[in-house]
Design a binder for this molecule. Structure first.
Ligand SMILES: CC(C)(COP(=O)(O)OP(=O)(O)OC[C@H]1O[C@@H](n2cnc3c(N)ncnc32)[C@H](O)[C@@H]1OP(=O)(O)O)[C@@H](O)C(=O)NCCC(=O)NCCS
Length: 145
């Protein structure tokens, strides 16, 4: 498995995973715009020349918001998400970020399990944050210093 920064060539595969994994997916256009956003940092996991997963973030001052993470159903439970997030956390720490925040559906047991394993704690709850279907979000946070 190779973990590397997203390039323009990865955008169609990431958009396809967005459609498979989420009820409210990012479009190819929105993902491509991230390539030119200096606040954004996206990583992909490549296995046998396929995009197995990705993680997308934006940082403002010394706080980073993790906007999305997904792993292809073909590659789940093989440590891909953990490898992506470990690389992400190392790089953000090197860049001097002090905190990593994210929202997750309250019913998303796999993702919550991933974040707890990596040391995130629940910082709050946003009622009716998600559409398709409507659901509360947990806000989770990890200190990076
Ligand atoms: C959540 C997701 C990214 C996890 O990806 P993954 O590559 O399968 O996860 P990993 O193999 O790296 O698992 C790391 C840890 O996460 C937790 N985890 C992952 N899948 C889990 C599951 N189905 N049930 C419970 N815990 C799970 C476990 O703690 C696991 O550690 P372990 O294998 O030692 O038990 C993947 O299920 C996914 O893409 N889901 C759909 C998109 C999504 O919900 N994204 C999150 C939006 S906030």
């Amino acid at each position: 498995m190779i973990i590397r920064e997203m390039t323009a060539g990865d955008v169609p595969a990431i958009a396809e995973l967005e459609r498979i994994c989420f009820g409210d997916p990012w479009s190819e256009n929105s993902i491509a715009k991230e390539l030119n956003n200096r606040l954004s940092y996206w990583l992909v996991a490549e296995i046998d020349s396929r995009i197995a997963g990705y993680v997308g973030t934006q940082s403002v001052l010394d706080m980073t918001d993790m906007m999305n993470i997904a792993v292809s159903p073909d590659f789940r439970r093989q440590g891909v998400a953990e490898a992506l997030m470990t690389s992400l956390i190392n790089e953000l720490s090197c860049r001097g970020m002090i905190g990593l925040m994210l929202e997750v559906r309250v019913s998303n047991t796999p993702a919550i399990g991933l974040y707890e394993k990596l040391g995130f704690t629940v910082a709050g709850r946003r009622p009716n944050y998600y559409r398709n279907p409507r659901e509360d979000a947990l806000i989770m946070r990890k200190e990076l210093t």
